[in-house]
Design a protein around this ligand. Structure first.
Ligand code: SF4
Ligand code: SF4
Length: 201
């Protein structure tokens, strides 16, 4: 079983965030975030979960060694006794996932519902998502069901990041190239914000 995210199917219903917050281990705080793709021109939202990088930058930059990766490749939230609340992980994650929670003085993030997935259950968000934007199941099934295909390779400049979670992208796309600079407004076009480039297979 694998986790697949298809932002194009998100309808912004917030069911995933509500279900995530109900999990006892999160103490009422949702670990999934909904972001607007371009709020000035579209109501389209996209769910943000931890991509569970094979070589997690968040853990590499943590000075307290508070972020652990399981043998299955799931990257956990910061361990409370170790986390010093420095937010290094928040700044370093290429996908904008970790959040520092001031009330807890601790970083928390999506751990792919490790208590559930390690017991063969789906993550809470994938259980309630009505549109299939969040899908937990076999790769063969989703490839047969959808026109898009999964990729787990992301290119940030010279850095290539591979992840346990896959994103559904256009067919014949081998990797998603994310040019952060292209999302920043320019003097010529203050509303600039290009979509990530899809690298042909
Ligand atoms: S997506 Fe961010 S928070 Fe998740 S493992 Fe990768 S670097 Fe860490
Ligand atoms: S439950 Fe699914 S459709 Fe609803 S907001 Fe979350 S990802 Fe989008």
């Amino acid at each position: 079983m694998e986790f697949f995210v298809d932002p194009s199917r998100c309808i912004g219903c917030q069911a995933c965030a509500q279900a995530c917050a109900e999990c006892d281990s999160h103490r009422g705080i949702s670990m999934i975030h909904l972001d607007f793709v371009d709020r000035s021109s579209s109501p389209q939202t996209t769910p943000t979960v931890c991509m569970h990088c094979d070589d997690p930058t968040c853990a590499r930059v943590c000075p307290a060694d508070a972020i652990k990766q399981t043998a299955e490749g799931v990257v956990q939230s910061a361990l409370k006794p170790r986390c010093v609340g420095c937010s290094n992980c928040v700044l370093a994650c290429p996908f904008g996932v970790p959040r520092y929670i001031p009330a807890l003085d601790q970083m928390m993030k999506c751990d792919m519902c490790y208590d559930r997935t390690s017991a063969g259950l789906k993550p809470m968000c994938a259980t309630v998502c009505p549109s299939g934007a969040l899908y937990y199941g076999s790769r063969e099934t989703i490839v047969q069901m959808r026109r898009e295909q999964p990729t787990n390779t992301f290119v940030f400049g010279r850095r290539v990041v591979t992840t346990k979670v896959s994103l559904m992208v256009s067919a014949n796309t081998s990797a998603l190239e994310v040019d952060i600079a292209s999302f920043l407004p320019s003097p010529e076009d203050p509303s600039a914000g290009n979509n990530p480039q899809q690298v042909a297979a």
